[in-house]
Design a protein. Structure first.
Lengths: 289, 417, 290
């Protein structure tokens, strides 16, 4: 659908392009500041204009941020923490997505007494400020023997991610005609077979959306990561925070900015590469109530 | 039985630490020293421990002056799994001790004679119910004023020694086109400035009565009103872009000659050094106005948490002994700009500002001018110091009258007690 | 036997989530609720003191500012993100060349953690370093943009940064919604001679109601989590003028040994948000069913 009648006048199209480009520039401004700063040396940052291009671009800050910046008494950069994050994010995203898919399937097509109430209750769970659950969750994790472990962190992310993944899948599956379920039932297919043969083949778009959402949320999480990790299992956001926080002088803004971009690379990558599928996935029904 | 075992392990460790025998053990240390110089200092301690056979598991959580680290510590403690040692200071040590989380390291302290190594004002902070539970790494002096003599010369002003004089000199500097006071508008920096005014206007006795004992009649006295009046006058001498500015950016304003003065603890010295400036010619360190002869101290320390496991307890003792070792104290404090917490060390490697700080520390402890810094969590419980932060920062960043400032301060402290 | 299993399979599948939800959401809220009636300071302590902590909370001037800020923030953040996201989506839906690149630009802020982006924003918004200086250097000597350092305006800089971060995501949702609209519908409207504005206002927007619903749920979720935003951008300042309840709660519970007050603030915050949301969610969910 488009504004054909508007665009009959080419002036209208020019205006649309202009608006889109102006906003694109506004959205890019912080990234521009971060990128140029990361390529400057510290003298230039101190003396020069923040918005100017670097005089003599250097990758020193990037190399330092990746491999030799201090994040504690160890100075090995972000590299070790990158893998910690991967170890947390991959299982957490997969488990929460699969659980969400089954939950959504049940709540959309296998309603039982109280299932609507359950859905509503789960939905409200999306609005809990996470600071509230920090201490009781710490007690629970300790009781389960999972305190300060990767498994513990995965569990926390799954529990608080499932509300959203369930919401996504349920809304998507509601749009699939119930007649398909009835027909499959007449053919003698059960709960699991219907899911596997009818729903799963239709689910690629919503899996893409859910995985992107969960990946972004968990990769960028700081609060859970800092509280429930232990030495050696800290995710990259915690390391980034350690790297940029200095209580005594010598703040290296170029290293900070390079580190921030490095920490964001996987999510940036996902948005750039999978962005197209993301909108397609949303179009395919994820946004239908 | 278990306790006996612990005590003997500590005693054994204490003896071994002094004879550098090799033994196994592990310490897990929660701290928020992650920036260059600090990280190197912690790394040095780590090496010392590894020489003594104790491995170090580093658990760094930076941010908000330890705010994130305290959240982590609480969740670790509540789940029955506290780290071996954590960077905690001041009255918080007592709060953790009252809850029964801290380990008694008195054996190692006695074996190394901490009572005679440490000034009483330091050792008092490290003890809970008369037993050592923490080890100090340094003493910061907070009531410093850093000045750029070039700016003073250009403005025809002199470095002020009282707050009344400060207003006169600052006006001259401002009229000459400079920023008089470099300041970063963050709550802790506002509190640091407020603290200097409290001490300079009210004097050490008032300071202790009102801001250490939180005596309500002292807080409601006219002195507090005078403090807020002076504090309020300072608003005009800082630039309007100060809110949110990091302290080291404010320091660089003094270094570049944009601003004349900054009131900040001795850690500011590191910034001047990094910029290649030398003390006396490029910058000067003097006591904050009206606080000459007094010393606002801020002691960093590691508190030790009770451990179920005997080898962890033994490793803890080795760590405690190493922290008080003169090697570590020297390296750490040269890096950080502070002075060693223990007495009887060579002062050769320290600069003149550090010497001043050492002299003021000793002299003020005789005269009663040695006071704990409330802006840095040394004087009152975290609840009360938070209340002071709120009142000071809100007053300084709005157009509140001095009367209203006093009223809010008194209300906030009463509610936090 | 197998039939019985088959019959109960849906419930069995959803049981773990239900248990986790009851314990880890509602159980923990209850735990915090109980905590708010105790005199807990440094650590939880189960000596009950009634409403004392709530009295303390509402005596605190900082709390009132945080609460006011929450409503300003949530309202503006959601409203601006929706409007901006919708407009950008409509414009982007006009067969734009390089749509993919522009869309990615709008989306990328969501991918970056605010821990450091906050610093970049701090510079851009700082009068002495960023926009104000830039425009003054360009010759607009009287240009002023001092929200970051103005206690009355600082909360709006947080809105700006939050909108920057999330509006692209909303744009993607609306764009998807627009793509999902049946072409026949718009064709029919065009034949009737409806203007573009009328077409969008009367036909397309009503169809997109579910998208609004999902977007509002997601934006509210983000708004409540906007804690690192404040931390990184203003630190709650100048003074505590831009404090939000999540930051207030975190500081009091974990850093100031006032856990009871922190818990009380969390409860007020939670119920404040739910009181506004529940009617909306309820009406939306109900209507769909009928």
């Amino acid at each position: 659908m488009n504004l054909k009648m508007l665009s009959g006048i080419s002036l209208g199209r020019v205006a649309i392009y202009l608006i889109l480009i102006v906003f694109a520039l506004l959205y890019l401004a912080p990234l521009y500041v971060m990128l140029t700063t990361s390529l400057k040396d510290i003298e230039e940052i101190r003396s020069g204009n923040l918005l100017a291009l670097p005089n003599d671009p250097t990758f020193y800050a990037w190399i330092k941020a990746w491999s030799s910046a201090c994040t504690g008494s160890e100075c090995n950069g972000l590299a070790p923490f990158f893998w910690n994050s991967v170890k947390i994010v991959v299982p957490a995203v997969l488990i929460s997505t699969v659980v969400g898919a089954f939950n959504g399937y049940v709540l959309a097509k296998w309603k039982f007494k109280g299932s609507e109430l359950l859905f509503g209750a789960l939905l409200f769970g999306c609005f809990i400020p996470f600071q509230v659950i920090l201490l009781p969750m710490a007690i629970l994790l300790a009781k389960l023997g999972l305190a300060n472990t990767v498994s513990g962190l995965v569990l926390v992310h799954v529990i608080y991610g499932v509300a959203f993944t369930t919401l996504f899948f349920r809304n998507y599956y509601v749009g699939i005609p119930t007649e398909l379920v009835r027909a499959a039932q007449l053919d003698g297919a059960g709960f699991l077979n219907i899911f596997r043969h009818v729903f799963l083949p239709l689910s690629t778009p919503i899996f893409v959306v859910t995985i992107i959402w969960q990946f972004t949320q968990i990769w960028n999480d700081f609060l859970f990561g800092v509280v429930y990790s232990g030495p050696g299992t800290q995710p990259i956001t915690v390391a980034l925070n350690n790297l940029v926080n200095t209580s005594i002088g010598g703040k290296e803004y170029n290293v900070d900015m390079a580190a921030a971009i490095i920490a964001a690379l996987p999510t940036l990558f996902v948005y750039v590469v999978a962005g197209k599928y993301f909108v397609r996935g949303l179009t395919a029904g994820a946004v239908k109530g | 039985m278990k306790n006996n075992k612990k005590v003997s392990a500590i005693a054994a460790a204490a003896i071994m630490a002094s004879s550098t025998a090799v033994m196994a053990g592990e310490v897990e240390v929660l701290h928020w020293w992650t920036s260059g110089g600090e990280a190197a200092s912690v790394g040095y301690l780590q090496d010392k421990l590894s020489d003594a056979g104790v491995s170090w598991t580093d658990f760094a959580v930076a941010g908000g002056g330890g705010e994130n680290a305290m959240t982590v510590l609480k969740s670790r403690a509540i789940s029955g799994n506290p780290p071996t040692a954590a960077q905690i200071k001041g009255p918080s040590i007592q709060e953790w001790g009252d809850l029964g989380f801290l380990a008694d390291i008195d054996a190692v302290a006695q074996a190394n004679d901490w009572d005679s190594l440490l000034p009483k004002v330091v050792s008092d902070v490290m003890k809970h119910n008369g037993k050592y539970v923490a080890a100090p790494v340094n003493v910061h002096r907070v009531n410093w004023m850093w000045s750029n003599p070039e700016v003073f010369r250009a403005a025809g002003a002199t470095i002020p020694t009282t707050w009344d004089d400060f207003m006169v000199q600052a006006k001259k500097i401002q009229d000459a086109g400079y920023i008089a006071l470099a300041h970063g508008g963050q709550a802790w920096q506002d509190a640091t400035l407020f603290e200097a005014v409290v001490l300079g206007v009210g004097g050490a006795d008032y300071y202790k009565k009102a801001f250490v004992e939180t005596d309500m009649s002292a807080l409601q006295s006219d002195t507090t009103l005078a403090v807020f009046e002076t504090f309020g006058q300072l608003r005009q001498f800082i630039d309007t872009n100060s809110p949110g500015r990091d302290w080291n950016v404010a320091t660089s304003m003094v270094i570049n000659g944009e601003a004349a003065m900054q009131i900040m603890g001795d850690w500011a010295k590191g910034e001047f050094k990094v910029a290649g400036k030398s003390v006396g010619t490029d910058y000067t360190c003097t006591a904050a106005p009206g606080t000459s002869g007094t010393h606002t101290f801020n002691i960093d320390s590691f508190a030790f948490f009770a451990q179920a496991d005997a080898s962890a307890t033994a490793a803890q003792a080795v760590m405690a002994a190493e922290i008080l070792g003169s090697d570590f104290q020297e390296v750490f404090n040269l890096n950080k700009g502070s002075i060693p917490a223990r007495l009887g060390m060579s002062r050769d490697k320290f600069d003149s500002c550090a010497h001043d700080s050492m002299d003021a520390f000793v002299a003020s402890s005789q005269t009663g001018g040695l006071v704990p810094s409330f802006a840095h969590g040394m004087a009152v419980s975290s609840a009360v110091s938070g209340a002071i932060y709120d009142a000071a920062t809100n007053f300084f960043n709005t157009n509140q009258s001095a009367e209203e400032g006093v009223r809010q301060l008194v209300g906030a402290i009463a509610a936090a007690k | 036997m197998l039939n019985l299993l088959e019959k109960h399979l849906p419930k069995i599948v959803i049981a773990p989530t239900t248990v986790a939800m009851i314990v880890c959401m509602y159980g923990f809220i209850l735990w915090t609720g109980l905590l708010s009636f105790t005199k807990s300071r440094m650590m939880p302590q189960w000596d009950f003191v009634g409403f004392e902590q709530y009295v303390r909370l509402f005596d605190n001037p900082r709390w009132h500012i945080a609460l006011d800020n929450l409503f300003i923030f949530i309202f503006l953040f959601i409203a601006i993100s929706l409007v901006l996201g919708l407009l950008l989506a409509i414009f982007l839906d006009q067969r734009i060349r390089n749509e993919g690149a522009i869309r990615t630009i709008y989306l990328y802020p969501m991918a970056i953690s605010f821990i450091v982006t906050g610093t970049a924003w701090k510079w851009i918004l700082n009068p002495g370093l960023g926009i104000e200086k830039l425009l003054r250097d360009m010759g607009f000597v009287d240009f002023e943009f001092r929200w970051l350092v103005d206690p009355d305006m600082a909360i709006y800089t947080i809105v700006i940064a939050a909108v920057w971060q999330s509006s692209g995501f909303v744009m993607a949702m609306f764009l998807a919604g627009l793509r999902g609209v049946d072409d026949n519908l718009t064709k029919a409207a065009k034949i009737d001679g409806a203007s573009a504005i009328r077409l969008y206002w009367h036909i397309i927007l009503p169809i997109m109601r579910p998208v609004f619903f999902s977007a509002i749920v997601i934006l509210t979720h983000i708004a409540i989590k906007s804690f690192d935003l404040v931390q990184a951008l203003t630190g709650g300042g100048p003074g505590y003028a831009s404090d939000l309840p999540a930051n207030f709660m975190y500081t009091f519970a974990f850093n100031r040994a006032q856990m009871g007050v922190g818990a009380a603030s969390a409860m007020i915050m939670l119920f404040g948000v739910l009181a506004v949301l529940i009617p909306y969610l309820y009406s939306e969910l109900r209507e769909k069913k009928s």
